[in-house]
Design a protein around this ligand. Structure first.
Ligand code: GLC
Ligand code: GLC
Length: 813
């Protein structure tokens, strides 16, 4: 069942009912100011850090769901409704929500009044702009009372929901222009140099800034007394819960439409310039911001700016094929999700509260893979930030805080795959840009400027960190966990509320990871190549030798007969083997070992992937392990804490499905690879939205596995490495256009379903138009037939062309 449709021309998903199976959201802003907005106008915004600079209060896990947002209450002759349906839930005659790239437009209609609310964060500004158009489609005049509403968060989102003994006494506001601009200045009197405001470009009939006055203490969201009465109270908040609500008298002749522009802005003042006079905020900067969005024409210009911005970014990779679902995923929604995920890491979504986690070391490096072709300069900056949190021995803080860019001590280090992801990220960046100079950047360790070395030295320490931490079989030690945060082989936790990751009470050097071994072998050629380019032939040689040694170790100690083992535990027992009853096979090492090329020649790769098909594949994607754990294993950790079929315990972790997809292309099985991809790619799931439940335009982290009660149901949409990895899989391996160090590699491996397609790829300043005739027969082993500007070339590498040139490539596979 569908709850909307794709409008590809406008790059929008159009939701046609407020009653979707879950709130379907969008993100606004992609620089410093960000908003989450659901199809019912729920959500919140923040400046840079969702925990420490939150502007709007939002209530997670509430009844009903999705409480808090930008609400417009319309009182039409005593009846109160919202264009966003929520929170009054008054029946609408028409409803539509269009989520576009960086904006959302919600339209509701009741009894001949049509109200359309456009929300966006204009590029270059720290504000959410709301444009509200109200039209009278009846033959009689309408006298409407309209009330805007937002609730302020007292900045620190964690403190805001815990520290009421203080917070109920700190709230402060200022009112300007009779109520057209309402300022939130809690804690501005002391250490904060920032404030927020909500402005409307019209004379108001009244305003409110005190929540209790607006609602009435015992009323709920659907029945604010101010909206019911049709009259603002002019309340000035002092302590308790400050809000901002404008009251507007909107008289509309038959057929008339009026437009109001609201600006919800964030402003920082220099410390010495905070006050206009004692106790009164210096509002100069706020006024500047207000001036920029006081007319609908300015909003239109900002919308045009957004559209151009995205057209430009998206033109870096575009496919034209007969499959519209493929096209819209590759051309619009997957890169869009990659951008959002790159910006947010795992901090703020409808499943991540924005207060728990900072930026992950591993996560951010992976996010780069899908983002780097969009804005390489920002990827560069991110790489330096991430590397600056690395420790001198090559290990890494698992997370860092975006505002301070410091490593996060609560989680610490010891996730032994983390260092290798830095090599992945940097290699992807250099492939895209050719910017080898980044390797010479001086980058500190643990943010201590005195310790700075070149970035290349960071990579070297990353690589060597694995070699310095090998276990009894010669495989890498796992530490607290590897990619699978929930495989905690050194944390024997018996106590509720302890962290499964950080309560490592065993310090053995036995638990080893075959997954990290696969990563190591996979990333070694890149590392060796980069070393060679720096004239470090010995390092390169050593790296290659170590990779080859690790390959042998994996085939000897990491092979279970029909698939790759997952790990050795604290006691040296195998994990992911047919010798145990549960979790006999795991997806991760099958993906990463084959991607690294291990066993491709010897036949193990094919066997491993056949085992995946036989044991892990389901109707809705490939599960992480099988059979699931049915009880808690103290020696395995969090993975066995989940009921069967959920999350890391045999859920379909969409993040690692693309590893198998890529691996399948490595042995030439494009048909199977494409089929796997379609099982998890959201656009193909639109028709099953009642089962899948989450947004059909973005990937979710997890879909419940075959052993789960709710098989097929997704959770944790938006912020997940799934976005980047699937973009890599589809764009670089299935469609087969892959930037390499010395040229663009063209090697589609898509199976036979799609006969012909064209990819336009911009890279390093040149444009490549690649016309593919696809028989579906070739794997990555058989070379495609390529002509470049009419001349046949051998192999699959097209050397990079001069910036500014256009290269026409014909490819037959
Ligand atoms: C989550 C984490 C990621 C981890 C994965 C598997 O997606 O963000 O870092 O690798 O779960 O546990
Ligand atoms: C929890 C989650 C896992 C996530 C981890 C991050 O363990 O289950 O998916 O990666 O937290 O620390």
């Amino acid at each position: 069942m569908r709850f909307g449709y794709f409008d590809d021309k406008n790059r929008e998903y159009v939701i046609t009912t407020p009653k979707t199976p879950y709130p379907w959201i969008n993100y606004l802003g992609s620089e410093k100011f960000f908003s989450l907005v659901s199809h019912r106008a729920g959500g919140y915004c923040f400046y840079r850090d969702a925990r420490l600079r939150r502007l709007m209060r939002y209530r997670y896990n509430n009844v009903p769901t999705d409480v808090g947002g930008r609400y417009f209450y319309i009182n039409d002759g005593g009846e109160v409704w919202n264009p966003s349906f929520a929170p009054t839930n008054t029946a609408l005659d028409a409803f539509e929500c269009r989520h576009g790239l960086g904006y959302t437009r919600i339209t509701g209609e009741r009894k001949g009044v049509r109200a359309s609310l456009l929300m966006l964060v204009p590029t270059g500004h720290t504000a959410e702009v709301h444009e509200l158009r109200i039209k009278n489609n009846t033959a009689a005049p309408k006298n409407l009372k309209v009330f805007s509403f937002i609730e302020w968060c007292l900045w620190n989102a964690y403190d805001d929901m815990t520290n009421y003994q203080r917070n109920f006494s700190t709230g402060e506001v200022e009112v300007e222009g009779g109520g057209s601009t309402l300022y939130h200045k809690t804690e501005y009197r002391e250490r904060r140099d920032h404030f927020a405001f909500y402005h409307v470009n019209a004379k108001v009939a009244g305003f409110d800034t005190d929540r209790e006055t607006f609602f009435g203490l015992y009323n709920d969201w659907s029945a604010p007394q101010v909206a019911g009465k049709g009259e603002s109270s002019g309340s000035v908040a002092s302590g308790w819960a400050p809000i901002a609500s404008h009251g507007l008298d909107v008289a509309l002749a038959p057929g008339e439409e009026k437009t109001f522009v609201f600006t919800l802005g964030y402003v920082e003042n220099p410390r010495e310039d905070k006050w206009e006079k004692p106790g009164v905020i210096n509002k100069t900067r706020a006024h500047d911001l207000i001036q920029k969005f006081s007319q609908p024409e300015q909003v239109a210009a900002a919308m045009k700016g957004l559209a151009d911005h995205w057209s430009n970014l998206l033109s870096n990779y575009a496919v034209e094929s007969t499959d519209e679902k493929l096209n819209r995923t590759v051309n619009i929604w997957n890169p869009y999700q990659c951008m959002v995920t790159f910006n947010m890491s795992r901090s703020a979504s409808y499943f991540e509260t924005g207060i728990g986690r900072g930026m992950g070391f591993r996560d951010s490096n992976q996010d780069l893979l899908g983002f780097v072709h969009l804005v390489p300069e920002r990827a560069r900056e991110r790489i330096i930030d991430i590397a600056s949190t690395q420790f001198p021995d090559g290990s890494a803080y698992h997370q860092y805080q975006p505002l301070t860019k410091r490593g996060n001590n609560d989680v610490g280090s010891g996730f032994n795959d983390d260092p290798l992801w830095l090599i992945f990220g940097v290699a992807a960046y250099i492939r895209e840009t050719g910017d080898y100079g980044i390797l010479d950047e001086q980058v500190p360790y643990d943010n201590d400027p005195k310790s700075a070395t070149t970035l290349f030295e960071h990579l070297k320490r990353s690589f060597n960190h694995v070699l310095n931490n090998l276990g009894p079989h010669g495989l890498p030690l796992i530490g607290r966990a590897d990619w699978n945060d929930c495989l905690n082989l050194n944390c024997f936790s018996e106590t509720p509320d302890e962290s499964f990751q950080t309560t490592g009470n065993k310090t053995g050097r036995t638990a080893e990871s075959v997954f990290i071994a696969g990563m190591f072998v996979g990333v070694a050629p890149d590392y060796a190549y980069l070393a060679e380019r720096r004239g470090l032939a010995d390092d390169a040689k050593k790296a290659r030798a170590e990779a080859s040694k690790m390959t042998d170790v994996v085939l000897k100690h990491g092979w279970d007969g029909e698939w790759f083992l997952r790990a050795y535990d604290f006691f040296g027992k195998k994990v992911g083997t047919k010798e145990t009853k549960e979790a006999q096979i795991f997806i991760e090492p099958q993906g990463f070992c084959v991607m690294a090329g291990i066993g491709v020649e010897g036949g193990q790769a094919k066997k491993a992937l056949d085992s995946v098909k036989e044991r892990l594949d389901t109707k809705y994607g490939i599960v992480l392990n099988s059979p699931p754990y049915t009880e808690y294993h103290v020696e395995l950790g969090e993975i066995s804490s989940y009921p069967p079929g959920y999350k890391e315990n045999a859920g379909i972790f969409c993040h690692n499905n693309p590893w198998i997809i890529i691996a399948e292309t490595m042995i030439g099985r494009g048909d199977r690879a494409f089929e796997y991809w379609k099982k998890i790619a959201p656009a193909y799931l639109e028709e099953q939205s009642e089962i899948h439940r989450l947004e059909p335009y973005v990937y979710a982290q997890m879909i419940a596995g075959k052993d789960a009660v709710r098989h097929g149901e997704a959770k944790n949409s938006w912020l997940t490495g799934t976005a980047a990895w699937n973009f890599v899989a589809i764009s670089q391996y299935l469609l087969g256009v892959r930037p390499d160090f010395d040229g663009l590699r063209i090697h589609p491996c898509l199976g036979s379903e799609i006969g012909k397609f064209t990819v336009t790829r911009k890279c390093r300043g040149a444009e490549y138009r690649i016309h593919v005739k696809n028989s579906g027969k070739s794997g990555l082993s058989g070379a495609p037939k390529l002509t470049v500007d009419g001349k046949a070339v051998s192999g699959d590498l097209v050397p990079y062309a001069k910036p500014g040139s256009t290269v026409i490539i014909d490819c037959e596979v």
